[in-house]
Design a protein around this ligand. Structure first.
Ligand code: NAD
Length: 358
């Protein structure tokens, strides 16, 4: 698709000298770090797009801010519902550029109906997320979060800090795509036994993981780490029934998407000891919490607040992706996606409805 002079947005794209002008992009949920990386890549990378940084999350209320912007760029907690997409389309948006790999927050059928192409950043740094998942495993196992606080208080006692050797433990990896495969390789390096479950086994992991079905993975794993996307099939994949099949005291890690886990069921399992440790970088209702400094406010989400009371739970605020390399790559790929769109080239990173099937 190309914006030509016949297009109703030609006024944004044709300069006085007749050459195509930079495409206008409205970037929602922009933070200082978003702006820093996007500005640098846009300027030094020679993209020359006309970029506007907007702090609000994209919602029905804020969608009018995108009026007149052919390209809108959003992150994981922005809303891509049918209503929001219709509002964007009415305002002239033709391209929705996700600064994420996951696209579960966008109604792809509605985007198609509204004539909005959706592109994403399929792989910015799978290492960043896999390394963070392993970081959560190590921190929970060796109680680094508790040791840090203790030592600063002058408490050097070891009671309560007992961990286990990772070497020889069974780790179950659900979803062995880009991120899950790297997590598996890192854990293989620790001497763990890797079990895996995926709809499409990854041939490159032959000799590293053994593919099993979900019940076997649950029954045999000391640690389970989630790396599959959120789809209708994986919604609340980890609920009371699945938790009941796991080893008592299992460690569960989720750096993928919050709604893979039924949080109240997991809280019950933490209370009973069925789950021995929980590491989360994502939370089903994170949209109202994450990426903001709420330290002076009272958290209204009682389920989330309960999670924070457990000594054997670590929550990070969707930071697994947050490395220099990933931010650079997100900015480059996103601005490249917009350039492809502007130039009428094939959108190699386009997201389609067929991809939801996994
Ligand atoms: P990927 O597409 O490379 O791999 C996903 C894997 O999951 C694929 O192998 C796929 O076959 C498998 N899968 C799909 N449906 C499944 C099902 N029902 N059961 C089991 N396996 C299934 O994706 P990726 O780049 O590895 O990313 C994985 C997820 O990580 C993303 O979907 C995203 O939600 C999440 N993520 C989180 C962060 C973060 O900062 N926390 C950053 C990037 C990505």
């Amino acid at each position: 698709m190309r914006y030509g002079s016949r297009d109703r947005f030609a006024r944004f794209l044709t300069r006085a000298d007749g050459r195509d002008a930079a495409i206008r992009i409205a970037i929602f949920s922009s933070k200082s770090y978003t702006e820093a990386f996007f500005r640098a890549v846009n300027d030094r990378g020679g993209y020359g797009h006309d970029v506007t940084f907007l702090e609000p999350r994209l919602t029905r209320e804020t969608a009018p801010l995108a009026g007149g912007y052919p390209a809108v760029c959003i992150f994981v907690n922005d809303q891509g519902s049918a209503e929001v997409l219709a509002d964007l389309a009415a305002g002239g948006t033709k391209l929705l550029a996700l600064r994420s790999a996951g696209f579960n927050h966008v109604d792809l059928a509605a985007a198609e109906a509204a004539g909005i192409a959706v592109v994403r950043v399929p792989a910015y740094s799978p290492h960043a997320v896999a390394e963070h998942a392993v970081g959560l495993i190590l921190a929970l196992n060796r109680k680094i979060h508790r040791a840090y606080a203790r030592v600063r208080e002058g408490n050097f006692a070891l009671e309560g800090l007992l961990g286990f050797d990772m070497h020889g433990k069974a780790v179950g990896v659900i979803g062995t795509g880009r991120i899950g495969a790297i997590a598996a390789r890192i854990l293989h390096g620790f001497g763990c036994t890797l079990l895996a479950y995926d709809l499409h086994p990854n041939a490159e992991l032959e000799g590293i993981v053994r593919y099993v079905d979900c019940p076997e993975l649950a029954a045999r794993s000391d640690v389970i780490t989630l790396h599959c996307p959120l789809t209708p099939e994986t919604y609340h994949l980890i609920g009371a029934e699945a938790v009941g099949r796991m080893r008592r005291g299992v460690m569960l890690i989720n750096t993928s998407r919050g709604a893979l886990i039924d949080t109240p069921a997991v809280i019950d399992a933490l209370k009973s000891g069925q789950i021995g440790a929980l590491g989360l970088d994502v939370y089903e209702e994170e949209g109202d919490l994450f990426f903001e400094d709420l330290s002076g406010q009272v958290i209204q989400d009682d389920t989330f607040a309960r999670l924070l009371t457990f000594p054997n739970v670590i929550v990070t605020g969707h930071q697994a992706f947050f490395t220099r390399e990933a931010m650079q790559s997100i900015a480059e790929t996103t601005l490249g996606n917009v350039r492809d769109f502007e130039a009428g080239r094939k959108l190699t990173n386009r997201v389609t409805r067929e991809m939801i099937a996994g």
